[in-house]
Ligand binder design. Structure first.
Ligand code: ZN
Ligand code: ZN
Length: 289
């Protein structure tokens, strides 16, 4: 199917300076999204967590209202040009489910990402970071458990574990544990993310990589696309390649959330929409492969 280029695609994962490791105002991210030919963006900054939980990488609880106001301000500034939606990237950590549940009721979120951030000090302390095999197994189990909480719309960067001791990462060794986790995730009916920031991480590949995308596709797990931008220039980065790899994995549509309800955009339409970036898509495709 051929589509005339119209703005159709969202970047569903990006940050604000409140998480202490992102730069630039939301309006800078929105301006970049317009240049990239996107229809909209969803801010999903790192959730506050109960006192003392890895505070260096997230907004404090006191800043939560500031965050909502900041995204509202950006929304209002771009009305009629770009849809700006409020979301959040919440940590999944066993024992904190009740706290996250309440947090997600504190604002009208469009998209709640759930993340197993194994790099966090609390995670490493609770699970044995030294036993490589066991640690990876536990990650897959936690990923599935995060889906089963029902707290999240989408599981963010779902193979982030490949950056733990990246030199010894082997997809085939993990395949059975991953398959079991994906069965549980498909059963839970939760979407998963294709996160293009993986290209800049230790194991340089999008999250997830092509083998895992294929396994997700076989289970009909919906996919949301996100850049996980911590700087404005990364908004929409790698989206042509991401859409092509989704198509190669067997997908025909990409998902986006509004008021926490999922809808789908055909991949052909999404790809056509990126032609609005003044011919940039072809160059990007060539330089990132
Ligand atoms: Zn994350
Ligand atoms: Zn993020």
């Amino acid at each position: 199917m051929e589509f005339m280029p119209v703005r159709a695609l969202f970047d569903s994962h990006m940050h604000t300076p409140l998480c202490k490791h992102a730069h630039g105002e939301p309006e800078d991210y929105a301006a970049r999204a317009l240049e990239q030919g996107l229809q909209g963006i969803i801010f999903t900054c790192h959730s506050p967590m109960p006192a003392g939980f890895w505070p260096q990488v997230r907004m404090s609880e006191a800043e939560f209202d500031v965050y909502v106001a900041m995204v509202d301000r950006c929304h209002d500034a771009f009305v009629g040009e770009l849809e700006v939606r409020l979301g959040i990237e919440s940590d999944y950590f066993p024992g904190y489910e009740g706290w996250i549940e309440k947090l997600h009721q504190r604002a009208e979120f469009h998209h709640c990402l759930g993340s197993v951030h194994w790099q966090g000090p609390e995670y490493g302390a609770k699970f044995n970071l030294q036993d490589e095999t066991a640690f990876r197994k536990i990650y897959w189990d936690n990923l599935a458990a995060s889906a089963e909480t029902g707290l999240f719309d989408t599981l963010a960067h779902p193979d982030l574990i490949k950056n733990y001791r990246a030199a010894t990462w082997c997809f085939e060794v993990c395949r059975d544990d991953l398959a079991a986790a994906l069965d549980r995730i498909a059963q839970a009916g939760v979407a998963m993310e294709l996160n293009t920031s993986g290209l800049h991480k230790k194991f340089s590949e999008m999250n997830p990589g092509p083998q895992m995308l294929r396994m997700m596709s076989e289970r009909n797990i919906p996919v949301v696309i996100g850049s996980d931008s911590h700087v404005a220039r990364r908004v929409g980065e790698g989206f042509v390649i991401a859409l092509e790899s989704l198509r190669d994995a067997g997908y025909t549509a990409v998902s986006v959330f509004k008021k926490r309800k999922r809808s789908e955009i055909p991949i052909s339409m999404a790809l056509a929409s990126l032609l609005l970036r003044a011919g940039e898509s072809i160059q990007q495709s060539a330089s990132l492969t």
